[in-house]
Design a protein around this ligand. Structure first.
Ligand SMILES: CC(C)(COP(=O)(O)OP(=O)(O)OC[C@H]1O[C@@H](n2cnc3c(N)ncnc32)[C@H](O)[C@@H]1OP(=O)(O)O)[C@@H](O)C(=O)NCCC(=O)NCCS
Length: 234
């Protein structure tokens, strides 16, 4: 199914800020802080907590229709790096065609307000992803955060800055809570979440089917704020 990025994503039913998030031009970077390498007060939306900035030379921008080739190349470069933490992938996943289909599915889901997908870019290379997945409104106002960073770009704070960014955007979208699950032995990912203000609230046995088997996970959450005040369900 084809999706025209700008028009097909528009819907009067989408919350205004989510619409802004998903209709930004593919090449247009998100208005993220870019000064220094420390914590700043984020100027975007209503956030009032510190957000780490991306290291020099990187940007986060929305996933766009034209990203299939860069994504296929990124997944090919990171096959071994991601294999222990991801579902088993079909061979087609590593092709432009497979990525085009995946992008279309994600943009349709974004149109329905179910996900917000971003890419971490270094020049024209995709070097990571961060997503708000499984967005549920009503009394839950919740999303799951997913992320990864290219093996050649780890260890410089990219994932932490990307998760901070997703937290800030989630608050701007009016969500109340974010959750994330890591494999029990994914210490690096647990560090990222801890540094981004998430707390572990549980452990779940056989939680997700990852790398070919049902695997135990640690569950994390971050409560964002108590808005909208009162009942979120009119
Ligand atoms: C986990 C991952 C996202 C981290 O990306 P990153 O950009 O290197 O993360 P950051 O630089 O922001 O922070 C990494 C933190 O983990 C720590 N870390 C890295 N490897 C570690 C290890 N093997 N054991 C313990 N801590 C480790 C780093 O020291 C750092 O913490 P610190 O700054 O407190 O020292 C990246 O390695 C990745 O994509 N892994 C594969 C996919 C994945 O696990 N995704 C998350 C699924 S829940």
């Amino acid at each position: 199914m084809g999706v025209t990025h700008h028009l097909a994503l528009w819907s009067p039913d989408l919350p205004r800020r989510l619409r802004e998030e998903t209709t930004r031009s593919p090449g247009q970077p998100i208005r993220a802080p870019t000064i220094g390498d420390n914590c700043v007060r984020c100027p975007v939306g209503t956030a009032t907590y510190p957000v780490r900035v991306l290291p020099q030379g990187y940007e986060i921008r929305p996933l766009g229709e034209g990203d299939a080739a860069s994504l296929a190349s990124a997944y090919e470069r990171n096959r071994e790096h991601l294999a222990p933490w991801d579902p088993r992938r079909e061979e087609s996943f590593f092709t432009q065609r497979g990525q085009r289909e995946d992008i279309e599915a994600k943009l349709v889901a974004a149109h329905h307000g179910l996900v917000v997908p971003w890419l971490v870019m270094h020049g024209t290379d995709v070097v990571g992803r961060v997503n708000l997945n499984n967005i549920v409104r009503g009394v839950f106002q919740n999303a799951s955060v997913g992320y990864w960073v290219d093996h050649a770009h780890t260890g410089r704070g990219l994932a932490t800055a990307a998760v901070d960014f997703a937290v800030e955007r989630a608050e701007a979208l009016g969500l109340h809570r974010l959750e994330a699950g890591t494999l029990a032995h994914n210490v690096a990912s647990q560090r990222v979440l801890a540094r981004s203000g998430f707390e572990q609230y549980g452990e779940a046995k056989d939680y997700l089917f990852i790398a070919g088997s049902w695997q135990d996970h640690r569950l994390f959450q971050r409560i964002l704020h108590d808005r909208p005040a009162g009942n979120p369900v009119p």
